[in-house]
Design a protein around this ligand. Structure first.
Ligand code: FAD
Ligand code: NAP
Length: 338
């Protein structure tokens, strides 16, 4: 039995549905197996860790050895009167883990329901939605460090978590494989209902004293009605981050564009929804052949059938240019480009 398969299609392993081929590929189901694979690499090519492939745009066949994370398991490691600590295999499907927490009354992650991908990728970009970021529930992250060739653990405060950022997406990018994430969850709910339309959705459902399951149901309902399902239309979620700009610049923009929406981040920084900027620049619903900008959500670039990654990357460049020329704001991509 070969340790690595050769020339493996990744078509069904990335949500953009890019039909690329990996020269070498292996599933990783345990830390022991990872070490074994690492000691028997077939070439000097770099390693590329693949989870659910929901935050990746392949623009060409990756010149890399793909390690597909399948490390599973949810283990309770300690408990106090108020909290519970769970050590979770990085290859667990994120939403299945959230469902497991809901079933067992472990609170905190309900607003992060239905985010695609794996547990191991969650710390990468500090996944967030509806006013909650995963960093607030991560105790520590364990990973294999390719350079030091050893397993290491970083505590929450060492992960440099920021808005859709962490040390794993910056300094350690491409240099680690996250194998386990330890979460600290609440025994009593501390619901976050003020963001977006969660409260409206609960009202529609006629729920007055919501449980964590009710909040998750509301989030699932909103997401399913708004976001394109990657099973139907290829996409990688939000292609760009929401830009954070200086308050001074915001005041100038507000004079020119009175309708510009904004959210205060600090006394001097304001967050602007990238979707509004892209839509105002005329891109919402844009379609060229088999790719384009989603008709309901301007932040999401889509592959309608068999588009190539380079076309979508070029479209993102055009959007960045046109948003800049209108608003002097440079959008940053959130999706990882390979
Ligand atoms: P992949 O796409 O497989 O990998 C992403 C990056 O992380 C790559 O660079 C990869 O090499 C690296 N990586 C993956 N696993 C590991 C590991 N174990 N060790 C080291 N590196 C690793 N994101 C949000 O934050 N909030 C949302 O609400 C949200 N909604 C989305 C909705 C849709 C429809 C889609 C398609 C995406 C959405 N995303 C969202 C983005 C995406 O789901 C998350 O970023 C998710 O965490 C990616 O997980 P993955 O396993 O698919 O990662
Ligand atoms: P939305 O509710 O229409 O809001 C638009 C944007 O405004 C969001 O991106 C959000 O920023 C910001 N926003 C809204 N209410 C806010 C508040 N009270 N305080 C601060 N910022 C606020 O957004 P949506 O597109 O339907 O997405 C809903 C949530 O799911 C968002 O949190 C979004 O980030 C997340 N999501 C992420 C992805 C991804 O791939 N990363 C894909 C789909 C959805 P934030 O993005 O900073 O929250």
């Amino acid at each position: 039995m070969h340790l690595f398969q050769q020339n493996v299609s990744l078509l069904h392993l990335n949500t953009f549905k890019m039909n690329v081929v990996a020269p070498y590929f292996s599933e990783v189901t345990s830390e022991e197996q990872l070490l074994h694979l690492y000691n028997h690499l077939p070439t000097e090519k770099p390693l590329l860790i693949l989870g659910g492939g929901s935050n990746i745009l392949f623009t060409q066949d990756p010149d890399a050895i793909i390690l597909h994370n399948q490390i599973k398991g949810i283990q309770k490691i300690k408990e106090s009167n108020t909290h519970i600590w769970l050590r979770v295999g990085a290859g667990e499907v994120w939403h299945s883990f959230v469902l497991n927490c809901l079933e067992n009354n472990r609170a905190g992650l309900e607003n992060l329901s239905l985010i695609p991908g794996t547990v191991g990728a969650a710390p990468m970009q500090n996944i967030g939605a509806y006013g909650v970021e995963v960093k607030d529930f991560i105790e520590e992250v364990r990973f294999f460090d390719f350079k030091l060739q050893e397993f290491r653990t970083l505590k929450n405060n060492e992960c440099n978590f920021g808005y859709r950022e962490s040390i794993f997406k910056k300094e350690l990018k491409g240099k680690t494989m996250i194998t386990y994430v330890t979460f600290r969850l609440n025994k009593s709910p501390d619901l976050k209902l003020t963001y977006g339309t969660i409260q409206d959705e609960l009202d529609k459902m006629k729920i007055q004293n919501p449980s964590i399951q009710d909040v998750a149901n509301a989030v699932i309902q909103i997401r399913s009605s708004k976001l394109p399902d990657p099973k139907i239309i290829g996409n990688g979620g939000s292609f760009f981050k929401n830009p954070e700009i200086e308050y001074k610049q915001f005041i100038e923009l507000k004079k020119k564009f009175p309708a510009i929406p904004s959210f205060k981040v600090s006394e001097s920084i304001v967050k602007i929804p990238a979707a509004w900027l892209i839509e105002s620049a005329g891109w919402k619903g844009y379609r060229k052949g088999n790719y384009g900008v989603h008709k309901n959500q301007a932040l999401v670039l889509v592959n309608y059938s068999d588009a190539i990654g380079e076309d979508i990357l070029n479209l993102s460049k055009d959007i960045i240019e046109s948003v800049y020329s209108l608003f002097q704001i440079t959008l940053q991509r959130e999706v990882n480009i390979f």
